[in-house]
Design a protein around this ligand. Structure first.
Ligand SMILES: Cc1cc2nc3c(=O)[nH]c(=O)nc-3n(C[C@H](O)[C@H](O)[C@H](O)COP(=O)(O)OP(=O)(O)OC[C@H]3O[C@@H](n4cnc5c(N)ncnc54)[C@H](O)[C@@H]3O)c2cc1C
Ligand code: FES
Ligand code: FES
Length: 1340
């Protein structure tokens, strides 16, 4: 960092070391700084990860410690480093995961417990998790479970399903030995329902807590005394830091700040940077000057008088939360109406890190349209105390201010000093409401603050205020409606008028940004109803005889779903007591890299140190869905500092991909997001700035096909229709009692691997050799595409994959394309190229799971027996073939799920559209296809007035039979899973309890569903299953294993070590497993389809057995010798100590002409039962409990396998209930980051999650009779969807509506709310989207 103007020195500490930065750049954030700088000769601190860059994922969490000169205390708080400008760090101490503990020195108990508790899979989120828990422990050595939940709400994990992470954290809390789940405070573990788990030979421990090192909170962390001196400095001088484009000025006093604000009225005051930072990053807002008031003590003062609280504008939202909680404890309840409303939202607003960073002043002033606090502050008559060089002023925080009206606003030179938040008056009532796509860490879809003041002792309204967020560009007031209701009594008549008035006053056009127009309008009046009830209840409490009784049935809806801590039981068969203790097979061994994940020492692709003269690549992508490329003008970009080159299709020396899928767009673009060119520069910032300057001229082309419907209209397909058929459906339809017909839509899914697509290409000096370091499931494909693109033989390219930070199918094909794009740039420039996609680009470019539309015609008898089904499916494949044909084939092959439908026809086709190409995703068609079946199964049950589980049971395979593709199988374990799941979940008891609950609650309903699963594992061709391994024994006895599988977090390397250990009969500690690369094991196939450990295990076994055979004569001669002796003896006898292992693959074939084939080596069976509770007024739901029974046959590693089941289930839960991709009518993906796209967070998993592995049976075809469990659990997430359907059906039934409602997936709050039709939804006219362009359209 060197800039011409003189800057002050920026002084801060990182992990106990003092850093003096002489030329800090205000545009550089802490995440980038830690990862890319050498801090005092310490290597880059790459433990802190990039996951999103916007504060939403928590991967970059670090701890900041600051000395507070007022309280004389050291405060520790977690922050997201991606939003912390380094210039804001003056005088603070930063602790990163490397500073917490390391393998080289000593690991911290947090790191140990998260690793040993199996809380890490790919490990990419783990350092962030560690830092969140570590910071919590710094502040609360014995945290409550509630604190733990709040702490982890801002950290996303895509692999584990959170349960083991929570457990690791819980081990520090005093109440951790008991889950305290049930009302009597009894532990679930003591309940009878869990008796089956206590049976002999069934283990429920995946690790030994007793082995954890004790946590001593008094140890460590020495706050640098120098920083205390800095904080106490009486003369606080103005600090100025000049960057390349921006100047940062940090005054030390309010007067200095006011003077500066006068001089730079347009400069933002950056406090938490959680609003300014994302705007700069994502909206390209540029500020030449930034003012930082963080050192001004006057902004952090709190005063408490009998009129109310005056809270310094600089205080963080987390501090405000604590202040409010404290005041609420001390004041009489009636005075704290406003405070309680604020506190309620402060618990779920963003995640902990953002609450720690964001200031009250920043929150108010940024006036987000769906700000959670502003509507409440606004209805609570709060006042802003502002100051400028000219003096002070008080501005009411009212609807005018929130709407940004000029005369009610701060002047540019004014600064918000504090906010007055009054105590509530005796007859004042305040409530707050919000409905978000996710309970925690999600901006509200709609929120509201509502207050009413009554004439003393009456229910006559004298003042009423209603403010909504999320229904307009600013917080919106229903002031006219409120005016008209003054003088009215608080009764049903008033409510009825209020609803009508509010709907008339606040309208939303069909094309309103954010869409969901009907839902948002419904929420407005649903909240109003909740407010009405809430106030009525309080009035009645004050005067029980003065008001009519409120039915208890209604009142439960006033309680929001609590943030409860999840817990679970995992059970599996213990290993045979006779098994030698050193044999690790069957034991829950910790992930091989677990500790390294937790210390941040595990190296991911972008953690690799910079290569000399390395360049960074940024992409320019198409903004048009279908257009001719007229020109690419890169002149302006090339003139920018640091830019080395712009690379286009013309620079590809070999094949520019295929005709169907180009590396760089050539002549035309076929989707928004297609790569047109790349810019190579000396830093990513320079590359990105230049990429924005590349001008592309397009000529739009017709047609533009976005949805399946469009594709069918234009007959735009990828490949021919595929069909499977059994029996005679036409005849069968003649003889059935009933027939239903319908269609169901299934949205796509974003992989959201925490590590974005990453590749590093390093050209070598000789013979056109290249090293490619890539985050890929398929190294060989990467090698191939690079070789073809550069027109050189494959033998010059070595692809290395050390580990992958989550993949889920999304890193099977796409990394090859991206690596080829980077390799072309490396080839042209002669420099190493680092190509790491930002989250937004990753989501835009790489596609995801295929959306599907299923049409069904089903014939059945009145007893629920299904005789015939005719199913037609279409998937949205996007703009290139990718794996779409295979995906639709798999969807059809597996669509029948667990059911024998005697007369069944399934047909399907992949549609070619102008969306980014969809690709492989965990489950590969099965989660979509089987969902269609379960949807009509549910519909049949409703038609027959039968419980869905009865219809499922009746139609399930019962005896040895053939699938629709005529493969024979035995469903014995399917039935066992089903029955055990019924038993474990106490299904009928709980169903009855849910029914009773539903009778007692009108606005809240519970639903329960049990879903069986038959998942066929594998690929349709034998050669896909081949695998190879290379095992070396060195003369010191150490062993090196290499195999063709990739460690994606699924624990394949751990399992391979277990296999090698058993086969060689040596402890695992003797064996090392390095990176996977294409030199050691050539011609590999993708690690996918749940078969990685199966096939590579066989190859490793084969190599080890060869070696063991060679050693056998030596061992038998000296049976009491040591391993090292035997190995040395072998060496002296010239016996090779290196062997390759090979597995040629399972037999697999399919003849699509005949529609038959033995494709799959084996089936995984399972069942899941889920229970949910829904809020019919908001569409929110709570996952109460899930029981899963999975047939793992013999588990090589129960911790890994259960981790896969839980992780996949959680990803499935996201798929079916949360994750929603939104596209514009022109095919532009809106949901390009965790801000808009919500994967499950810690609050979304069931409160109780029980997983048990069926007692082992035989699966002789696979290694040690095991089964691959990577994908199957995904589908079990659908049990939550069908539990929601059940709850919705209960609501509809009570309201006299037809229960046979087919819901589309995902069952988002919008879907749930709008399905629970009632007097509120009836008031919302259906929008006519033909009159104008809607904001988004469904693509399924
Ligand atoms: C990941 C994430 C999740 C979020 N989730 C939610 C959510 O669920 N609900 C919700 O309501 N909000 C949410 N937010 C928004 C968040 O609440 C605001 O960004 C935050 O409160 C802004 O405060 P800040 O201190 O970071 O502001 P900054 O970004 O530092 O500043 C914002 C603006 O305020 C001005 N400003 C700051 N202080 C003063 C002052 N004293 N006087 C005058 N002007 C001032 C600045 O000039 C600037 O224009 C989220 C944000 C992020 C990043
Ligand atoms: S990278 Fe910082 S929160 Fe995601
Ligand atoms: S382990 Fe959490 S994202 Fe992979």
């Amino acid at each position: 960092m060197s800039h011409s103007k003189e800057s002050d020195e920026l002084v801060f500490f990182v992990n106990g070391r003092k850093v003096i930065e002489r030329n800090p750049d205000p545009e550089v954030n802490l995440l980038f700084y830690l990862r890319k700088n050498h801090i005092l000769f310490v290597f880059q601190l790459t433990g802190t990860k990039y996951g999103c860059g916007g504060g939403d994922c928590g991967a970059c969490t670090v701890m900041i410690s600051r000395y507070d000169p007022i309280s004389k205390k050291i405060c520790h708080f977690s922050v997201t480093a991606c939003l912390v400008p380094i210039c804001s760090l003056y005088g603070v101490a930063v602790t990163t995961v490397e500073g917490v503990g390391s393998i080289k020195t000593r690991i911290h108990p947090v790191q140990e417990r998260i690793a040993k508790g199996h809380g890490t899979q790919c490990g990419f989120c783990t350092p962030g998790m560690v830092m969140s828990i570590y910071t919590l422990l710094r502040n609360h050595p014995e945290p409550s479970t509630e604190q733990l939940m709040e702490t982890l709400g801002g950290n996303l994990c895509r692999c584990t399903g959170y349960r083991p992470i929570v457990e690791s954290g819980k081990s520090f809390s005093p109440s951790s030995s008991c889950c305290q789940m049930n009302k009597e405070g009894k532990c679930c573990l003591d309940q009878e329902e869990n008796e089956p788990e206590k049976k002999a030979n069934v283990c429920t421990k995946l690790y030994e807590k007793e082995e954890f090192q004790p946590f001593d909170p008094t140890q460590e962390f020495i706050f640098p005394p120098e920083l205390m001196r800095i904080a106490e400095e009486p003369q606080k001088k103005v600090l100025t830091f000049h960057g390349e484009r921006t100047t940062w000025i940090a005054p030390g006093t309010l007067n200095d700040l006011l003077r500066l604000k006068m001089k730079y009225p347009e400069a933002p005051l950056v406090m938490g940077n959680t609003s300014v930072g994302p705007a700069m990053k994502f909206k390209e807002v540029f500020h030449p000057v930034i003012l930082s008031p963080a050192r001004i003590l006057k902004l952090f003062i709190v005063t408490n008088t009998k009129e109310g609280l005056t809270v310094g504008a600089g205080l963080s939202l987390a501090q405000v939360k604590d202040i409010l909680a404290d005041v609420i404890r001390k004041l009489p309840e009636e005075k704290t109406q406003l405070y309680r409303a604020l506190l309620k939202h402060l618990k779920t607003l963003a995640g902990q890190q953002i609450r720690n960073m964001a200031s009250l002043g920043g929150h108010i002033i940024s006036r987000l349209s769906n700000s959670d606090l502003n509507p409440i502050l606004g209805v609570g008559n709060c006042v802003l105390n502002v100051a400028s060089i000219e003096g002070t002023q008080q501005i009411p925080l009212n609807d005018h201010f929130l709407a940004g009206t000029t005369d009610a606003n701060l002047k540019p030179e004014q600064v918000l000093v504090s906010v007055f938040i009054p105590v509530s008056k005796k007859w004042e009532f305040v409530s707050a409401f919000r409905q978000a796509p996710r309970q925690q860490n999600a901006l509200a879809t709609v929120n509201a603050g509502m207050s009413v003041i009554f004439k003393d002792g009456t229910n006559t309204v004298v003042d009423l205020n209603i403010l909504y967020g999320g229904v307009g560009p600013t917080t919106v007031s229903a002031s006219k409606s409120c005016q008209q209701l003054i003088g009215r009594c608080w009764d049903e008549g008033m409510l009825s008028d209020a609803r009508r008035l509010v709907l008339d006053e606040i309208t939303l056009p069909v094309s309103a940004p954010g869409g969901m127009v009907e839902f948002r309008r419904t929420l407005m009046i649903s909240f109003l109803f909740k407010f009405y009830l809430d106030v009525l209840q309080q009035l009645k409490m004050r005067d029980p005889s003065g008001y009519p009784d409120i039915s208890k049935k209604f009142l439960s809806v006033l309680e929001d779903f609590p943030l409860t801590i999840p817990h679970g039981i995992q059970s599996y068969k213990c290993v045979d007591p006779q098994q030698p203790p050193q044999d690790p097979v069957g034991r829950p061994i910790m992930h091989q890299s677990g500790i390294k994940h937790a210390t941040g020492e595990a190296v991911f692709c972008d953690d690799m140190p910079a290569f000399p003269e390395e360049l960074f690549l940024a992409v320019v992508t198409s903004t048009r869905p279908h257009a001719k490329l007229i020109s690419i003008d890169a002149s302006e970009a090339l003139a920018l500092p640091g830019v080395v080159d712009v690379i286009t299709a013309r620079d590809v020396p070999g094949d520019n991909g295929s005709e169907e899928e180009r590396l760089y767009a050539q002549d035309e673009v076929i989707c928004v997001g297609q790569i047109i060119c790349t810019v190579a520069a000396d830093s990513y910032a320079h590359a990105k700035q230049a990429a924005r300057k590349v001008k592309i001229a397009y000529q739009d082309m017709e047609p533009v096909i976005v949805s399946i419907q469009d594709a069918i209209k234009h007959q735009s397909f990828i490949g021919p229709e595929k069909k499977l058929e059994q029996g005679n459906i036409e005849e069968a339809f003649q003889s059935v009692d009933q027939i239903i017909e319908g269609e169901v839509h299934f949205g796509g899914q974003e992989h959201f691997y925490m590590e974005t697509q990453s590749v590093l290409v390093v050209p070598k000096a000789e013979d056109k050799e290249m090293d490619i370091y890539v985050s890929s499931q398929d190294a060989a494909l990467t090698q191939e595409m690079v070789a073809y693109a550069l027109d050189i033989p494959k033998n010059r390219i070595n692809c290395h994959v050390k580990r992958v930070g989550g993949a889920f199918g999304g890193k099977a094909g796409k990394p090859a394309l991206l690596a080829a794009v980077a390799a072309v740039a490396a080839n042209k420039t002669g420099h190493p190229i680092r190509f790491i996609l930002e989250r937004g680009d990753d989501m835009l470019i790489t596609g995801g799971r295929h959306p599907l539309r299923g049409k069904y015609k089903v014939g059945f008898m009145n007893n629920g027996k299904i005789e015939a089904a005719d199913i037609e499916c279409h998937i949205n494949g996007g703009c290139t073939p990718d794996d779409s044909e295979l995906v639709i084939e798999y969807a059809l092959l597996k669509l029948e799920n667990a059911y024998k439908i005697p007369n069944l026809r399934v047909r399907g086709r992949a549609c070619k559209t102008n969306l980014p190409s969809n690709t492989a995703f965990r489950g590969f068609g099965f989660p979509q296809g089987a969902f269609v079946t379960e949807a009509w199964m549910t519909a049949v049950a409703a038609k027959c007035h039968l419980p869905p589980e009865k219809v499922r049971e009746l139609n399930m395979y019962k005896t040895i039979d053939r699938t629709i593709h005529k493969q024979e199988f035995d469903p014995k374990n399917l039935i066992r899973c089903w029955e055990k799941c019924m038993e474990n979940s106490s299904y009928y008891l709980r169903k009855k309890a849910a029914e009773e609950f539903n009778q007692q609650n009108y606005w809240k309903k519970r639903g329960i569903a049990i879903i069986p699963m038959k998942f066929s594992v594998g690929y349709p061709k034998t050669f896909f299953y081949q695998a190879a391994a290379l095992v070396h024994i060195y003369t010191d006895g150490s062993v090196l294993v290499a195999h063709g599988g990739v460690e994606l977090g699924q624990g394949i390397n751990t399992k391979m070590l277990q296999v090698a250990s058993r086969e060689l009969k040596i402890p695992m500690s003797y064996i090392h497993l390095g990176e996977m690369n294409t030199v050691t094991v050539p011609n590999t196939v993708a690690t996918a389809a749940s078969t990685g450990a199966d096939v590579n295990g066989k190859a490793v076994q084969n190599a080890c057995q060869t070696l063991r055979r060679r050693l056998e004569p030596i061992i038998s001669k000296s049976p009491h010798g040591s391993w090292k002796d035997w190995v040395n003896e072998a060496f002296t006898q010239s016996i090779s100590l290196s062997a390759t292992g090979y597995f040629r693959g399972y037999e697999a074939n399919i003849d699509w002409e005949k529609g038959e084939g033995d494709i799959f080596p084996y089936f995984v069976f399972g069942a899941a039962c889920s229970e949910v509770e829904i809020d019919c007024l908001t569409g929110a739901h709570k996952n109460i409990r899930t029981d899963i029974v999975m047939d793992a046959s013999f588990s090589i590693n129960p911790a890994v396998d259960i981790g896969q089941v839980e992780g996949a289930f959680t990803q499935g839960l996201g798929l079916y209930t949360l994750e929603e991709l939104k596209y514009s009518p022109d095919g532009v993906l809106y949901t390009r980051g965790p801000r808009q796209y919500k994967i499950p967070s810690i609050t979304d998993i069931p409160e109780k999650l029980h997983v048990s592995l069926l007692t082992p049976t035989q699966n002789p075809i696979a290694i040690y009779s095991s089964k691959g469990l990577g994908e199957s659990g995904m589908f079990l997430g659908s049990s939550v969807f069908f539990a929601i359907t059940d709850a919705v059906a209960a609501a509809r039934k009570e309201r006299g509506l037809a229960p046979t409602l087919i819901m589309n997936s995902p069952a988002t709050p919008e879907q749930i709310r709008m399905a629970c039709v009632d007097q509120f939804t009836d008031l919302i006219p259906q929008i006519d989207s033909t009159c104008c362009k809607p904001w988004s359209i469904p693509v399924a």
